[in-house]
Design a binder for this molecule. Structure first.
Ligand SMILES: O=C(O)CCC(=O)C(=O)O
Ligand SMILES: [Fe+2]
Length: 222
């Protein structure tokens, strides 16, 4: 997919509504963020990486430092970072990165977030895996500004479970929104504001998770 195709795909989105949602609520959801074929190719690539044992068990960010035990959490996903160390970034992965870069520019232009770069990885949650309630902006790392999750799951049904549970009020556990990990759906939320968790699923659950950062000095800490 060429740069101009991605640009026009994104231009076609109702970006103003999306930006307004972030401005007002601190989070936003876009369905059909990328073409179905591209989502299918990314899903296949994640499965292949898993098959070839190239994914790693995820770790939580602060076990080493013990600085912010409040953020310590259990997670059962496997990850694969898209970065220059893995120099075989596929065409589909490039298309995803380009789309996210375009989104970053729009976010900066319209919300003045000053986002500098995206760190991102594939994540696969095998059946039964969860990610306990946590917050993405760790106390020793304030660089993560906006979290993003692009779901890659084909034909995901509500009864499959695996929702992202976003707590809308950190003092009120009953006030949450459950977001189903439907293929092509992109969720973004302010990294320091929302406690969230990944609920158990009956099917394997695949995504591209990312964090838009303001600074690049510390990387890959989750
Ligand atoms: O996959 C999701 O819905 C959320 C993942 C998440 O919270 C994380 O990786 O920090
Ligand atoms: Fe998270």
């Amino acid at each position: 997919m060429t740069s101009s195709t991605i640009e026009s795909e994104l231009a076609a989105l109702n970006t103003l509504k999306f930006m307004d949602a972030i401005r007002v609520n601190g989070y936003a959801i876009i369905d059909d963020f990328l073409p179905v074929k591209l989502i299918a190719r990314l899903l296949l690539e994640a499965s292949t990486l898993q098959h070839n044992s190239e994914m790693q068990s995820a770790q939580t960010g602060n076990i080493d430092t013990q600085k912010s035990s409040i953020s310590m959490s259990a997670r059962g996903d496997q990850t694969y970072w898209l970065d220059s160390e893995h120099n075989n970034i596929s065409e589909s992965q490039q298309a995803y990165l380009l789309a996210m870069d375009t989104l970053q520019q729009q976010l900066n232009r319209q919300l003045y977030l000053g986002l500098f770069e995206l760190e991102t990885h594939f994540a696969i949650y095998p059946i039964g895996a969860v990610y306990d309630k946590h917050i993405d902006q760790l106390q020793h790392n304030k660089h993560r500004i906006l979290s993003s999750v692009l779901y890659l799951n084909e034909n995901w049904q509500p009864q499959d479970g695996g929702a992202l549970r976003l707590y809308l009020d950190d003092t009120l556990l009953s006030d949450f929104k459950d977001i189903s990990p439907i293929g092509g759906r992109l969720v973004v939320f302010l990294s320091d504001q929302f406690w969230h968790e990944v609920l158990i699923a009956k099917r394997q659950r695949t995504s591209l998770t990312g964090w838009f950062r303001r600074n690049s000095s510390i990387r890959y800490d989750a």
